[in-house]
Design a binder for this molecule. Structure first.
Ligand SMILES: *[C@@H]1O[C@H](CO)[C@@H](O)[C@H](O)[C@H]1NC(C)=O
Ligand SMILES: *[C@@H]1O[C@H](CO)[C@@H](O)[C@H](O)[C@H]1NC(C)=O
Ligand SMILES: *[C@@H]1O[C@H](CO)[C@@H](O)[C@H](O)[C@H]1NC(C)=O
Ligand SMILES: *[C@@H]1O[C@H](CO)[C@@H](O)[C@H](O)[C@H]1NC(C)=O
Length: 416
């Protein structure tokens, strides 16, 4: 029972659980983790371009951008698709892809080139930029702080809104001189919505596609999430509370392992219960996923996500003490991100799944309600009844079900 509850708490940590689950399946297939890990040997040098893009015949460039608070982020730019004739004489539209929490840009590249969103976009003559947020494997550098220093991990998704997204947008805009299309998944939708609500990025933005959007998390299975959030908060305002949140180092591995020692079908059901019933994941994706994910984030970021669950509002990081909040914000409660302030004429494509346990249908409907005054012709909403959270990035049929619609949407927005 306790184990089960712990697992429920993990709904919050969606990708962590998927990953540890997959890890266990792998372990049971191949023996101990350590043995399997030998061939993987991730190093700083095996960039995403080299490992997953150039190998398929695409041109790809590794780029670094530095945020205003000193983090050095890696970006991959796919300059052209395989079918060069298709580009025509048109200037290519830039598109930024922003991944979710506990994964990095590799998460878009798990299937074949015909199935992966970045490569599909490149083949459709987009100028593709894959972002990797601070703390992930290829973005673990800072102008002065080392990741072993707790201060390196002193940030939540507020800083992704304030620093990471603007750094990437500014760079892409400066290089292309064109308004940018954006695709976000999961946390990548939340930080975009939060930014737009503060009218950030919008001057550089052409349109945004939000897949499995997250803004409210009230209907997730939250009972243990709340407890977890509370126990997480503790000393977050001091050095002691600042830490890397490294899923691979977590003890939760052990709990999952215990559960998965039961016949595997139980594990499968558990995953379904936690993440939603992904209809369309190719089982061969497991190996690829585990080579690169899950990725680290900061504990403070996990706490901030937990706060959305707990407080039911989209607000800045809550220091959980009025005096600290006053120091940081000049008010007792943290300021909210008011989604009604998103410009009504900003072209938005939203796709959400009927089986998504994290981005629950009722929460998405709450989000849509906040956007109800959006210009009708600037808002396109797609509901995919059979899809859950991971289908959106790794589903073998996501091209037909979702990506083609994203591309049509981008192309239907006039060039400005
Ligand atoms: C495609 O783009 C390349 C470089 O951007 C250009 O040299 C080439 O002429 C273009 N192809 C067509 C068919 O316009
Ligand atoms: C963490 O960042 C906040 C501002 O976001 C700052 O007020 C605080 O002093 C920092 N803590 C440490 C230990 O550097
Ligand atoms: C959010 O913004 C809308 C429109 O600007 C305003 O009417 C509403 O009161 C705001 N909500 C909150 C909670 O501040
Ligand atoms: C699943 O992956 C295998 C191996 O990569 C591939 O051969 C197969 O076509 C994939 N199936 C689908 C439906 O994409």
């Amino acid at each position: 029972m306790i184990l089960l509850h712990l697992m429920k708490f993990s709904v919050l940590l969606f990708f962590l659980v998927v990953a540890t689950f997959l890890y266990q399946v792998q372990a049971s297939n191949h023996g101990f983790f350590s043995r399997k890990k030998v061939g993987i040997s991730p190093t700083i040098d095996d960039g995403i371009c080299a490992s997953s893009i150039i190998v398929y015949g695409y041109k790809c460039q590794e780029i670094q951008v530095v945020t205003k608070d000193g983090y050095i982020l890696s970006l991959q730019r796919i300059l052209e698709g395989r079918n060069k004739a298709k580009n025509g004489s048109m200037k290519k539209q830039p598109v930024i892809l922003q991944h979710g929490v506990l994964v990095d840009g590799m998460t878009w590249l798990m299937n074949s080139p015909e199935q992966d969103l970045p490569l599909i976009l490149a083949d459709n003559s987009f100028d593709v930029w894959i972002a990797n947020t601070r703390g992930t494997k290829h973005s673990r550098r800072h102008v002065s702080l080392d990741p072993s220093n707790p201060v390196f991990w002193n940030w939540s998704w507020d800083e992704l809104v304030t620093y990471d997204l603007p750094a990437v947008f500014d760079y892409v805009y400066s290089q292309t001189g064109q308004k940018i299309n954006y695709v976000g998944h999961s946390l990548g939708t939340l930080i975009a919505l939060a930014s737009f609500s503060e009218r950030n990025l919008v001057n550089q933005l052409k349109s945004a596609a939000l897949l499995s959007p997250i803004a409210y998390l009230s209907h997730m299975n939250t009972a243990l999430g709340v407890v977890a959030a509370k126990s997480f908060v503790g000393e977050i305002t001091t050095l002691i509370g600042l830490a890397e949140f490294n899923p691979k180092g977590l003890r939760i591995d052990a709990f999952v392992k215990l559960l998965c020692d039961y016949p595997r079908i139980d594990c499968y059901d558990l995953m379904t219960e936690l993440t939603g019933k992904n209809c369309c994941l190719n089982s061969s994706i497991i190996d690829r996923f585990l080579m690169n994910e899950p990725q680290s984030t900061s504990t403070k970021n996990m706490v901030h996500l937990a706060q959305i669950v707990r407080h039911g509002v989209l607000a800045k990081f809550n220091y959980e003490r009025p005096d600290y909040n006053i120091v940081h914000y000049g008010q007792v409660v943290p300021p909210i991100y008011n989604l009604s302030n998103i410009p009504h004429d900003l072209p938005l494509f939203i796709s959400y799944g009927g089986q998504d346990a994290l981005s629950d249908v009722r929460d998405v409907e709450n989000l849509l309600d906040k956007l109800k005054f959006h210009d009708v012709d600037k808002r396109s909403v797609q509901f995919v009844k059979e899809y859950a959270h991971a289908d959106y990035i790794m589903g073998f049929n996501a091209k037909d079900i979702v990506y083609n619609s994203v591309i049509s949407f981008f192309n239907s927005q006039g060039n400005t």
